[in-house]
Design a protein around this ligand. Structure first.
Ligand code: CP3
Length: 341
């Protein structure tokens, strides 16, 4: 069965499109009252992630409500550390928290390499969502990039500096590589499982790329992202490394289709550094959506013109903030959908 709206897939592959496709990072979530209603019925965030029927429902909500050109499966990057042996909790208003963290060689040895069947609820949620979407739009699967997952496994929670995780890189480089390789192997199994379950496209999130130096980023992050890009094939693949402006040239050499940009990255400069063989995704500052409607429309059109008609997927430079107004978010989506070159 073929997709009724395949703009995203065609743009990712560099094919001609009638208009620029648009979706939003964190499009399923607290900006939607409909999401908050489902969430309120349940025990918490994890129950939502782990119940395929609910995950499916909130995955499809932004397609119906915002009119985006893709759905992204409702889950979290932290399901991988959990499948490897480090369970997480999502604490209201605080974020993720791990009871056990990685400290010793023993801790690394005891972690398992996750297989897709260790995350049956994600696979079922993808299968169910594909069925319910009925090919209206593509379904995006995702995972965290190895460095970002490593950072949570060492740190045990969010952090401004991720200095514990960086200390581990400086003081135990060999052990760091051992752990990063285990995460990489797990992520490859997980993403290939998502393709088998029905994902039409995949995205890797390296949310904490920006705390590393360029040299560390090559050594401890890009090396593993590159392995994943080589081992996961069959659907278009996006790499989004937040704040990794220094790595754009190397990102252009990855075996992937699309590179995500955040709002600090100049569009023309990014195109020059990354080259013409990649689609670029992004990169509006989510805070623009606090502005008035005219400003949102003007800035969005400016962004579309700067990227041009080819090889662009419109998105934000990072996820939506929970206190953004739904109608302003919709204004961004509608402006992209109405624009023609
Ligand atoms: O709509 C979508 O984008 C799909 C779902 C999705 C979630 N998390 C749901 C979620 C995706 C793609 C993620 C990825 C994710 N999770 C990342 C990478 C992207 C990024 O933002 O940089 C990271 C770093 C995480 C880890 C994580 N999950 C944090 C730090 C938090 C707490 C911050 C917050 O917003 O509360 C989460 C929780 C989380 N994941 C929420 C959602 C909708 C909010 C939880 C809630 O509903 O209470």
């Amino acid at each position: 069965m073929s997709l009724k709206n395949d703009l995203l897939i065609r743009a990712a592959k560099g094919e001609k499109v009638e208009r620029t496709p648009v979706w939003l990072m964190r499009q399923a979530g607290r900006i939607l009252p409909e999401y908050r209603a489902v969430r309120a019925k349940l025990g918490g965030f994890k129950e939502l992630v782990e119940t395929p029927e609910f995950a499916c429902e909130v995955t499809i909500q932004p397609v119906d409500i915002l009119g985006v050109d893709a759905a992204i499966i409702f889950s979290d990057i932290l399901v991988i550390p959990e499948a490897m042996g480090l369970p997480y909790q999502m604490i209201e208003a605080k974020g993720p928290w791990f009871e056990k963290t990685v400290k010793t060689p023993e801790d690394i040895k005891n972690l398992k390499i996750a297989q897709a069947h260790d995350l049956p609820y994600v696979m079922k949620a993808i299968e169910l969502t594909k069925k319910e979407l009925n090919n209206r739009v593509p379904l995006i699967g995702f995972a965290g990039a190895p460095w970002t997952i490593f950072a949570y496994m060492i740190e045990g929670s969010g952090s401004k500096t991720f200095s514990k995780a960086k200390k581990f890189l400086y003081t135990h480089p060999d052990l760091s590589h051992l752990l990063l390789q285990k995460i990489t192997d797990s992520t490859i199994n997980y993403l290939n499982g998502q393709i088998l379950a029905g994902a039409d496209m995949l995205q890797l999130f390296d949310s904490w790329a920006g705390v590393l130096s360029p040299e560390q980023y090559n050594q401890f992050a890009l090396k593993y992202i590159s392995q994943i890009c080589d081992a996961v094939t069959g659907v278009p693949f996006t790499v989004f490394a937040k704040d990794a402006f220094f790595a754009r040239k190397q990102m252009g050499e990855l075996n992937c289709d699309t590179i995500g940009l955040d709002w600090t990255m100049d569009i023309a400069e990014s195109r020059l550094l990354i080259g013409d063989n990649k689609t670029l995704q992004g990169n509006m500052d989510p805070c623009l959506l606090y502005a008035d409607y005219d400003t949102i429309k003007n800035e969005t059109q400016k962004m579309l013109k700067a990227f041009g008609p080819h090889r662009h997927i419109a998105n934000l430079g990072h996820g939506l903030y929970p206190d953004l107004e739904k109608d302003k978010v919709k204004c961004f989506v509608d402006t992209v959908k109405e624009f023609r070159f």
